[in-house]
Structure formats: C-alpha cells, structure tokens
Design a protein around this ligand. Structure first.
Ligand SMILES: Cc1cc2nc3c(=O)[nH]c(=O)nc-3n(C[C@H](O)[C@H](O)[C@H](O)COP(=O)(O)O)c2cc1C
Length: 379
C-alpha cells in the first residue's frame, strides 16, 4: 500500500514522494522573466522535501498573464531564468514542473495587494482581454471581452506548442496545462462563458475542442517519456455551468488524446456559486476518486489537504495519486519533513538533500533540538 512518502512513477519520471507544491502566481516577474525570487521559492521547497515543484502559471502569450508582473514563456529570452530554476530544483532532488496557461477574460488584473481589480485596456498595465465569447465575467472583472476568431484560436494552439518546446529546453520534466479557475481553457468548457455557435461552442463535444487541439499541439512536441497533465475546471458549482459528469466524460476523451494525469479543480467561471466548498477539508477528493476509477487515469488533487493525516490517508486509501499543496507550501517550505515527523515516519531527515541529511543524522545534538519538534512534543 503506498503512503504519502512512497515514490511515484509516471511515464519516465519518478518523484521521491507524492507531495507537490501546487502552482501559485506570485506577481514578482519583470518582462515575464523569472528571477532570483522564483529560484529561491522553488529551490527552498525542493530542498524542503517536495517531490514535484511548480512555479506559478506561466503565460503562453503576454495577454495570458494575470498581471504585468506575471511570468511567461512566449519569448526565448525567458528561458534562461526558467532553466536556472529547473537546475536548482533538480539539484535539491525534486522534479521541476511547469504549468502553461492563459488567463483569458480574467487577465489584466492589479496585483492582489493593490486591489485585484481588472485594469482598463488603455492603461499601461492593462490589455484587451479575450475569451470564447464577448461575455464579461462580472464582479471585479468589468471590462468587455473580445471573442476570439478561429485563426486566433489556432494561433493560441501554436503558442502552446512553442511554449512547450521552450519548457523542454529549460529542463522541465512535467508539463501541466491550466484549464481551470475561469481562465481561457476553463471558459471554453463552460456554457457560462462560451456561447459560440461554431465548432468551438455549443455541445459538450465542441466545448472540449479547444482542449483537445491544445493538448494535441503540445503532445506533438512534448516527449512521450515526460508526463503531460491538465488542471481541469471540472465543476462550476452552478446549474448553468460545467457539471461534474461532463468533466468525467472530458477526462476520458483527453486521455485518448495523450493526457497522462488529471489535476481536477473547479471551473470558477462565475462568482455566483450555489455552494461554497472552500472551508471543507479535502473537498475535491471524492470527485478525483470518481475520475480515477471511471477513467482509469492517475489523479492529482489540491484544496485543503495540508493536514498530514488527511494527505496521507487519501494516498493510503488509493483515492488519488498525488497531493498538491498550495497555501501549506507557502506557509511551510519544509512541509514534507514536518508531515513526516507528524506521521511518525521512520527517518524524516532522509527526505532532505543528502548533504543536509548527513549532518542531521551524524550530528544529532540533544533530543528534539533540531527545530522540528517530535510528535510527542507537538501533541
Ligand atoms: C497565492 C496563490 C496563487 C495561486 N496561483 C495559481 C496558479 O497560478 N495556477 C493554479 O492553477 N492555481 C493557483 N492557485 C491555486 C493553488 O494551486 C491551489 O490549487 C489552491 O490554493 C488550493 O490548494 P491549497 O488548499 O493547498 O491552498 C493559487 C493559490 C494561491 C494561494
């Protein structure tokens, strides 16, 4: 029976455990480039024991960013920083992953701590947002959306492929496409945002066409030996939006198009949720397990899995395959080692890079003096 610390192999890649740092947008890039800050963020989590480490969503085009301070991969000049980041992550024993994305009608934002409102297209830090249909999101996203033409959709699929090529050159070994959280892919899947009457809208099959073509474009350039995954907006929690049954069907289709793992999240194509699950522990796990069973595909889940006993249980019970941690990874760079102590792992320091673990094994000091209290102390 696997546990949270069992290695995990997908295609030609083996993670040292089942714990990933989930992608998190940081608004710390300049000209779409990552820098020392990102290398620190990724490197420290890799050194802290995470098996798979994502930076933020990386934009495939300039208008695919959340704010002008977000990272991108539309230009060869952006590869160098990403390559340094990948090298650091590998040196610390983790696998570097990239999440490619386009924010669609939810782009052109202020930084969260500056107000998080959408910025007007004629402002120097704003742009004309694009989406499947000319439907404004609402709430704090107030500006008109330009509906994409079919040639523009094809251009975006070429941008996904070009981004994947650069990601490979940078050294990433795991590629996730971000089609959740109300961003471009998620909005194509949702009737709340997509009311097209051409081949990219209408029936469920047509609402998935954008995904299939993007996946095909990436799979054509991303090696078979490396995992290709998707974060899918699997439920809009709204009667007129994406229903979870549709997502189950969609994952089956995407599997036939080369998807190796489904990372299931919410659609977030509206703020008008009929139920708010955000205060419940592990609320996506049941949905994830259904996809895992019915589609026969590995599944990763995030959302409120930061309690070690819960994270371990969902792996031991084989409900899902990987635990993605967002906020817990921000709060505690050494979450995996802390969790190992909490779960009475036989050797928590074995999760650290070899040199650190050597010192901690061979220079033990007095009992419980290493900074991670033993479970009996925290209990
Ligand atoms: C600061 C922050 C930024 C985030 N940015 C992204 C992102 O770029 N891409 C994405 O798919 N999810 C993003 N998320 C969502 C997380 O990846 C994760 O799915 C979510 O926080 C739930 O996991 P948690 O309960 O462990 O935090 C972000 C979350 C936070 C807290």
């Amino acid at each position: 029976m696997p546990d949270l610390f069992s290695p995990y192999t997908l295609k030609g890649v083996t993670l040292r455990n089942r714990i990933a740092m989930s992608p998190m947008t940081m608004h710390r890039s300049v000209d779409g480039k990552v820098g020392d800050y990102h290398i620190m963020l990724m490197g420290s989590r890799a050194a802290g024991g995470f098996g798979l480490v994502f930076p933020e969503q990386i934009a495939i085009t300039p208008d695919g960013r959340t704010s002008t301070s977000c990272a991108g991969i539309w230009d060869d000049a952006q590869v160098e920083g990403l390559a340094r980041m990948c090298a650091m992550v590998k040196d610390m024993g983790a696998v570097p992953a990239i999440q490619l994305g386009h924010t669609g009608r939810k782009g052109s934002e202020q930084k969260p701590w500056e107000g998080k409102r959408q910025i007007a297209p004629d402002h120097p830090d704003g742009w004309q947002v694009r989406g499947p249909s000319a439907i404004t999101y609402g709430g704090r996203y107030t500006y008109p959306v330009q509906a994409l033409s079919i040639p523009e959709i094809h251009e975006l699929h070429r941008a996904y492929a070009a981004a994947a090529r650069r990601a490979l050159a940078a050294g990433f070994e795991w590629l996730e496409m971000h089609f959740a959280h109300g961003y471009l892919g998620a909005s194509f899947f949702s009737p709340l945002a997509n009311q097209r009457t051409d081949d990219y809208g209408g029936s469920l099959e047509k609402r998935l066409r954008f995904h299939r073509e993007a996946l095909d474009a990436v799979r054509a350039v991303w090696p078979e030996r490396l995992p290709l995954t998707m974060r899918l907006g699997s439920d809009d929690l709204h009667p007129d939006g994406v229903q979870f049954d549709e997502a189950v069907w969609a994952v089956g289709e995407l599997k036939r198009h080369g998807l190796d793992l489904a990372d299931l999240s919410l659609g977030m194509n509206t703020d008008d949720l009929r139920e708010s699950p955000f205060s419940q522990a592990a609320f996506m796990v049941e949905r994830g397990n259904r996809v895992r069973r019915e589609c026969g595909i590995p599944v990763a889940i995030s959302w409120n899995l930061g309690t070690p006993a819960i994270a371990d249980r969902v792996i031991r019970d084989e409900l899902i395959d990987l635990v993605f941690l967002g906020r817990p990874a921000l709060a505690n760079p050494h979450w995996p080692i802390w969790a190992a102590r909490e779960l009475a792992h036989h050797d928590p320091f074995s999760i650290l890079p070899q040199d650190w673990s050597w010192w901690l094994h061979n220079r033990p000091g007095s009992e419980n003096s290493h900074g991670w209290p033993a479970p009996s102390v925290t209990a």
